[in-house]
Design a protein. Sequence first.
Length: 280
Amino acid sequence: MIATVVGVGLIGGSLAISLKEKGVANWVIGVDFNEENLKRAQELNIIDEGSSLEDAMSRSQLIILAIPVDALLQTLTSILDKVGPQHVIMDVGSTKQKLLQLVAGHPKRGRFVAAHPMAGTEYSGPEAAVRNLFAQKTMVLCDVKNSDEDALELVEAMVDKLSMRTVYMNAEEHDLHTAYVSHISHITSFALALTVLKKEKEQGRIFELASGGFESTVRLAKSSPDMWVPIFKHNRNNVLDVLEEHIHQLEQMKKLLQEEDYDTFYKLIQKSNKIRKILK
């Protein structure tokens, strides 16, 4: 099978590598609106060739859209306009409701499978692509009842070959839960980085004293705004909801410190430790 990956950065590039190594595709075409990214992906042997979207679609069965959510919203309808019965279009975007609402009445909607691999790093660009990024991770497939059976089966087979777990959700569930377990982590990390940069004027001290705890908490602040601002924008209501609760928890801890109520603080931390039973 020939596959096309549109967007050869972290997720798209890592998928391109895995598609070849796991035998999903025997040839991978890369498409990217940034010519430098496309050239670099070829130099790194992430893709077999670079091409235009029109040419790539004429030769591919599977087309994976690994581009920011804003770009997906701008291009998905026009891409679906061009698909034939041999095509399967799959996205890997981090929000789903607006995207699926956009294509709900499209005559080629069945050729589209909405997916979100719960995997990634804080880095971006073709150089960030890594082997086996998706192994033992979760792939969320959304609103699959609206995808054609053969299109869904192709994507499910790909997910299986990548050694991923499959979870099925509707778009609303997906956007809600990713706000709680992914989007809040990133916005918190951005805020923590800004806090430290504001308060710690001597940047050399940050470098000298930052240990594993700080690094692991703030590493997501290295993530690209090109990717994350559209995510926050299109999942705004859910992010605001979880952010409000997060701020409430921070204010509660601040109040306990002000009042020197360390017994209650101890109990709060004990309560938070229950996360160990879920995340091992």
